[in-house]
Ligand binder design. Sequence first.
Ligand code: ARG
Length: 544
Amino acid sequence: MSSLPSILSERIEAVAGADPELRPATKPQFGHFQSNVALRLAKQEGAKPRDVAQRIVGALNLDDLCEPPEIAGPGFINFRLRTDVLAHAVDQQLADPHAGIAWVDDPKTVVIDYSSPNVAKQMHVGHLRSTIIGDCFNRVLSAQGNRVLAQNHIGDWGRQFGMLIEQVTDEMLDLDTLDLPGAEALYRRANTHLNEDEAFAERARERVVKLQSGDPETRASWQRLIKISLAGFNRTYQRMNVLLTDEDVAGESAYNEMLGQVADDLEARGIAVQDGGALVVFVDGFDAPAIIRNSTGGYGYDATDVAAIRFRVNELGAERIIYVTDARQAHHFQLVFAVARMAGYLPDDVQAQHVGFGMVLGPGGTPIKTRDGGAVTLESLLDAAEEHASPEIALAAIKYADLSNSLHKDYVFDAERMTQTTGDTGPYLQYAHSRCAGILREAAARELTWSIVTVLDEPAEQELALWLTRFGETVQAVADELTPHKLCTYLFELATKFSTFYEKCPVLKSEGEVQTSRLALVAATKQVLATGLGLLGIVAPERM
Ligand code: ARG
């Protein structure tokens, strides 16, 4: 469903022959939108702007949408939507269970690779961002009717398992007693051990070989470590209220069987070449090649990701693949995409995108670290926010802080600021929603009924109504450009306009049709806030 402003814009463009570049009017007396198209055209034609404006207005027929357009100042054209048209648009939206989000004409199978923590390590701030952002993409693209497949590409394979399992053997550790923090402590002990004891390092290497060759006992310990880690990840996912489940787990090891085939295929077709004992793919414009197989015969991160693309396109039917990791992995993905394109694993009509996000900074403006300089766990950030607010509000605060800036930007984790219920915060939006809920509750208690918006005489009512109708196109832009901050800005603006409306236009104290109409406007605001917050993965509380 096109919004009123875009319909209006198209109709004007058809007559003027140029984009009217409609801007919201700066004052109510200027109507709702202003265009400077006549000034721009006049310059090109060497004509008088007001004459051009006159010509355009004369040729326009917008009676079904607008009051007669007015020419102002040097040649601006002002447009005022008919209030009945605006009211009708809000009513349609209120009656729509999707709150005006359009179902896409050609739903796509979209794979989103996100969260992707590593086994035997707790999730850290980077995984916090990946999980929150990926969850938002999942919700937005699903809301449009796409088939979204989350892929949690956990780090469950690699040389580190050699030392981990060897350390378990050394300590005669019962893996059943470990939880994820315990597994992480084990990781640290194993690492120290590896650096200090050459004999241990040798045994760890042998253990890697056993793991690769499928030695049952080694495999069992490996499986056990994965299970412990997944239990820990799942606890965090639950706490974060995200959509990921065990069904979405497709870790690095899932591609093991395919790596040999991929390497052979790339080599047979001359895409991969031998280079100093390794099998690599050189790509124009990249300093270093992608490593398919290293000189000791092992497959690493590059190879796994190339195989994963092939699988996602061929087996999962992906038509768009989105990766959410920190910005430092940008180069890795560009290289992997290029190799997959060369090999035809990633056909031209399948879009592959890496969304790289910025860092989370501590109070000093430097990357957030623990006191001893270690990586901050995601759990400790949730704890920090919960020191200032209830779990539900703390979570809203973190998610909103994470999504409300351009994703590639770093942001400062300021638990106190982001949990405030005033300003550009998640809790402020929750609060606006609970205020709408409160008004409707009070109305229901007084046995007032409402259904549709009919009266929009006040500028504040019109502003709010007009803004509500822009929800659909906002969600569309977020889905196309993968820019959740646009949804945040939209919702913040909505909450602000609602606040102004509520200040200027009494609802429960008004009467008759004005009252029912305003109640419907409150209901529409509540619906859009709830739907929008839902897309951000934020709960919309009825009371606060
Ligand atoms: N496990 C990696 C990390 O923690 C992220 C994996 C991202 N996904 C991928 N297909 N490479 O940094």
